[in-house]
Design a protein around this ligand. Structure first.
Ligand SMILES: C[S@@+](CC[C@H](N)C(=O)[O-])C[C@H]1O[C@@H](n2cnc3c(N)ncnc32)[C@H](O)[C@@H]1O
Length: 255
């Protein structure tokens, strides 16, 4: 199952399907949900190791840099265990609101254990919220699990208020090949091996192997930005931190 580089990527998909993991692209959603359900208990520990403890600091910094402020209403898509939502809540509360959404009951259960925020089971492709409900939509490290960026971005635009802000965090291939080689060593080899040693009977190694393969096959930044523009977002752009941590931003048109 594990491979450093997927040989079966179906490049006709908007986001390549890694068919060596789930056989048929139609099985991707079920595979991803099961993967996160079964590795939810280990997710925060894996994340802490992977980011060398800098994850909370990084998430807080990018939220502030992209204009999150007290009193904002935020929808955090793919809330997972709540790592991004927690930092957003620290900025907007007490007057503001953060709502988390995720399809994985396992991840939502972990989030519920440590976060007193509204948490909703659902998918980015069909958001159970009214139009123009939020000042900011955020999503951390989940775009690579989605096949149809167009419908996802259309939903983000729909639930944002006029002039609302979208912030998507994702890992991308580094433009510099030395940075890419270092990322490959850390994220593609050392982290999956550590997860295998620390969690031998759990899904941690599979999660991290899949994580790396989705980065390897990820859609280029220019394609994501073009999809955002095609979905009606303005001021679209992205910046990279340490070459691989990319922040995509856009704004909905004013009223
Ligand atoms: C790597 S975790 C990211 C969690 C969190 N955002 C963070 O910053 O750590 C990816 C999350 O995306 C969720 N996810 C996968 N497919 C999704 C979809 N179609 N819609 C919304 N969330 C999805 C998974 O269940 C998982 O919790």
């Amino acid at each position: 199952m594990a491979a450093w580089h997927s040989r079966n990527a179906d490049l006709t998909q908007p986001h390549p399907a890694l068919t060596e993991y789930y056989g048929d692209p139609r099985e991707r959603e079920a595979f991803v949900r099961q993967l996160f359900d079964s590795s939810a208990a280990d997710y925060d520990r894996i994340n802490g190791i992977m980011s060398l403890g800098s994850g909370a600091w990084y998430r807080r910094r990018v939220l502030r840099d992209h204009g999150l402020a007290p009193r904002h209403r935020v929808l955090d898509i793919a809330v997972g265990t709540g790592l991004l939502a927690r930092e957003a809540a620290g900025i907007v509360q007490p007057e503001g609101l953060v709502v988390g959404l995720d399809p994985s009951f396992g991840m939502l259960a972990q989030a519920r254990a440590s976060l007193a925020l509204p948490l909703v089971q659902g998918r980015a492709e069909a958001l159970p919220f009214q139009d123009a409900s939020f000042d900011m939509v955020t999503m951390g490290y989940a775009l690579r699990h989605m096949a149809d960026f167009g419908s996802v971005f259309a939903e983000f635009r729909r639930v944002l208020k006029p002039g609302g802000k979208l912030l998507v965090l994702e890992i991308a291939r580094a433009e510099n090949r030395f940075v890419q080689a270092a990322a490959m060593l850390w994220l593609g080899r050392i982290i999956p091996a550590l997860c295998g040693l620390m969690m031998p009977r759990r899904q941690g190694r599979l999660l991290m192997q899949y994580y790396w393969d989705t980065i390897e096959e990820c859609v280029p930044a220019a394609t994501i930005e073009a999809e955002l523009r095609a979905s009606g977002f303005l001021d679209v752009g992205s910046t990279a931190t340490l070459g691989v941590f990319r922040e995509y931003a856009g704004v909905t048109p004013p009223a």
